[in-house]
Design a protein around this ligand. Structure first.
Ligand code: G3P
Ligand code: CA
Length: 326
């Protein structure tokens, strides 16, 4: 059924800076996080992966080759699939890499910036930050300026870390506890795409560590898993189909406080500002008591063309906007 815009309008949307001010500076750099902070979001997001020596770094991919010069610096350290995995490098090695805008390799082997009109490739000395460094930046600014800007870490590729013998979730909880995030009252959400891992965090890890953080179940479509391979084999155990079925959201609510769906999962393509067609998932989530933090709002996003012109209005609908996002 079609619902009107005003039915879901909220005056004070939540703002989460996705990968920092990634619309302006290379994603997940401390520079992008400081700029995001200056825009006063409610939360700043961190994607988290592990190093060979069990440190947590803030990086979107569990490999280093999309945003750093790892291939030039360590040409012999790629795995068979040609990727350079963070888990094969120590923190010191990773911190010695140069980071730049995300790039693609063209057919002549040249690196081409993903955002060619934005920040020039390799012109600055950006680096990969640790999670601790980023939290210290945010908490330091909170103290200096008197705000309470939160953190929104995402556990990346737990399946991969598991196969490599690492417990990334446990390592993350340890760091969060060390920095004072241990209850639902603390300004932090932990998000993950893997329902099995989130359930484990909620049912086992957090009780054992006397922690009770807010958890968000990120949602994708099951067939997106095709891209997740491990040493040439499909190793991805996630299945999201059950979340879209009736009662699925109530099941999620048993271990999580909210969902992070891809935004088109909530609103029909034919929706306009005045006539939003809210898909059943949103209603199910709300009645299960889950907060809904969809990803990702971008001013320049062409994929969701019907929303692009009035995206500021749309953001109110979902009480979650990412105006600082790229
Ligand atoms: O918060 C959701 C969003 O961050 C998930 O997508 O790929 O940007 O980490 P991604
Ligand atoms: Ca993320």
């Amino acid at each position: 059924a079609a619902l009107t815009y005003s039915s879901y309008s909220l005056a004070d949307p939540l703002v989460i800076a996705h990968r920092g001010a990634s619309g302006y500076l290379p994603e997940h750099t401390l520079e992008a996080k400081a700029m995001a902070y200056a825009m006063k979001p409610d939360y700043i997001e961190q994607d988290v992966v592990m190093t060979k020596d069990d440190q947590l770094v803030v990086l979107h991919d569990h490999y280093l080759d999309r945003v750093t010069d790892v291939a030039e610096r360590y040409p012999d350290r790629a795995r068979a699939d040609g990727r350079y995995y963070a888990i094969d490098f120590t923190l010191a090695e990773i911190q010695g890499l140069r980071l730049t805008e995300g790039f693609n390799i063209d057919q002549d082997g040249n690196k081409v910036a993903g955002y060619p009109d934005r920040f020039p490739l390799w012109k600055s000395s950006f680096t990969v930050p640790t999670l601790a460094e980023e939290i210290e930046l945010i908490q330091g600014l909170n103290k200096t300026l008197g705000y309470n800007i939160g953190i929104y870490p995402e556990i990346k590729a737990p399946w991969f870390h598991r196969h490599e013998g690492k417990d990334i979730s446990k390592a993350l909880l340890k760091v969060l506890k060390e920095y004072g995030y241990d209850s639902k009252d603390d300004k932090a959400f932990v998000q993950c795409f893997d329902p099995i891992e989130l359930k484990r965090i909620n049912d086992e890890l957090m009780p054992a560590m006397k922690m009770d953080l807010n958890l968000v179940q990120l949602m994708a479509y099951t067939d997106w898993n095709e891209t997740m391979v491990y040493q040439g084999k499909d190793a991805t155990p996630y299945n999201y189909d059950w979340m879209f079925e009736k009662g699925g959201m109530a099941k999620v609510a048993q271990y999580a406080d909210g969902i992070g769906p891809w935004k088109p999962m909530l609103v029909d393509d034919k929706s306009t500002k005045d006539n939003l067609i809210i898909l059943p998932l949103m209603k199910e989530a709300k009645s299960a008591g889950l907060v809904v933090h969809p990803y990702t709002f971008r001013a320049d996003e062409g994929r969701i063309a019907p929303y692009a012109d009035n995206f500021d209005d749309m953001l109110d609908v979902f009480y979650h906007k990412v105006k600082v996002d790229g």
